[in-house]
Design a protein around this ligand. Structure first.
Ligand code: ADP
Length: 215
């Protein structure tokens, strides 16, 4: 299965993608990890991107384009499935991925949206800062990342919904609860993806299930 992921920072993209990748036995492509790895190894790319990461800004598209092309080629060699975490973050990136992955016969079958409010994700990132010391888990960088998410990334969701491949889950619950729901929905969707053409599919919003009805 080929899975895209869209979520605000701190919603649990990394945690959930690692679980999905392990469960399905597919490569986990994480643009944030790839970039942080360049920084820690001190490569040319690492030197170019480190100040963007520290400020919570978006890394320029041309750097990401090479990265994603390489990662998708590696995924082909590993069987053609993947979970892509951290990209797209802009409509331009969404178009690029769609073009590149379609050319390679690797377009996403489903895009998972982990929905979480700003207050919850800010609390999580500040708690993580005390343990992991990520350079962008500071208050100004968190605010910048959230602002960019709302301005640049969130609008892409409408495009995936329109294409019928979007699945939205409530990511404010525990990682275990969110993970169980994601794996369940992916298993249920597996035959749908195989048998129902994209244009006949509808977006799925599971967040409604968790709202308590007024009494
Ligand atoms: P988070 O979602 O918590 O911000 P990530 O690990 O996904 O964490 O990304 C960390 C940083 O890496 C981003 O703030 C940004 O600087 C850079 N980055 C990752 N993916 C992209 C992308 N697709 N486009 C531009 N910058 C990116």
């Amino acid at each position: 299965m080929r899975i895209g992921l869209v979520a605000p920072p701190g919603a649990g993209k990394g945690t959930q993608s690692a679980r999905i990748a392990a469960h399905l036995g597919i490569p986990h492509i994480c643009t944030g990890d790839i970039l942080r790895d360049h920084v820690s190894r001190g490569t040319d790319t690492g030197r170019k991107v480190s100040h963007y990461l520290d400020r919570g800004d978006l890394v320029p598209d041309e750097i990401l384009c090479d990265t994603i092309h390489q990662a998708l080629s590696d995924a082909i060699a590993a069987g053609g499935d993947y979970i892509l975490d951290g990209m797209p973050r802009t409509m331009e990136q969404a178009r690029t991925i769609h073009r590149v992955s379609s050319e390679l016969g690797m377009a996403a079958d489903v895009v998972l949206h982990l929905r979480a409010d700003d207050e919850t994700v800010t609390r999580r990132m500040l708690a993580r800062a005390a343990i992991e010391h990520r350079s962008d888990d500071t208050e100004p960088a968190i605010q910048r990342r959230l602002a960019l998410y709302h301005e640049m990334t969130e609008p892409i969701l409408a495009w995936y919904a329109f294409r019928g491949i979007l699945v939205t889950v409530d990511a404010t619950r525990t990682a275990a609860e969110v993970g169980r729901e994601i794996l369940t929905v992916l298993e249920v969707l597996r035959p749908v993806i195989r048998n129902v053409p994209e244009k006949m599919r509808r977006p799925v919003d599971l967040t409604m299930l968790h709202q308590t009805a007024p009494v």
